[in-house]
Design a protein around this ligand. Structure first.
Ligand code: CO
Length: 143
């Protein structure tokens, strides 16, 4: 069902500073910078490595306001790892299968994610404390 680790999501207070850190320190390249009003974030996707089923990314997330999910996360926990995103080939089928196993779905239906992907989150309490995201990329080589 899961095809790969698509990205790790990292919450930060200053997106531009964190982009500079990851590009300077690790040599990552910026694939996209977007504002997602629905999720309350300004975010960047940085390419780590291309793979047979698609590229892996670091996703940097800066809240648009304190009263947003990432804003509240920063307030409670500070900067750091926020979620893990796994690639899936068919997000609707994956949600149906995972939901039928009893795991609570934060998103019953896919919504819009970075770079045109369809995404959905699973409840962290049902995934060992890890906020887990499913990602069906808009396109990848070999699809
Ligand atoms: Co994500």
């Amino acid at each position: 069902m899961l095809t790969r680790i698509d990205h790790v999501g990292i919450a930060c207070k200053d997106l531009d500073a964190k982009i500079a850190f990851y590009t300077d320190t690790f040599g990552l390249t910026v694939a996209s910078i977007e504002v997602n009003e629905a999720q309350g974030v300004r975010e960047a996707m940085l390419e780590v490595a291309p793979g047979a089923t698609g590229t892996s990314y670091v996703q940097l997330l800066e809240p648009l306001a304190p009263d947003t999910p990432v804003g509240r996360f920063l307030d409670r926990r500070g900067e750091g790892l926020h979620h893990v995103g796994y690639g899936v080939a068919d997000i609707t089928a994956a949600l149906t299968a995972i939901g039928s196993s009893g795991i609570r779905l934060i998103d019953q239906r896919p919504r819009h994610g970075s770079m045109g992907a369809a995404i959905a989150f699973l409840h962290p309490s049902d995934v060992g404390g890890v906020l887990t995201e499913l990602v069906q990329p808009a396109a990848w080589p070999g699809r």
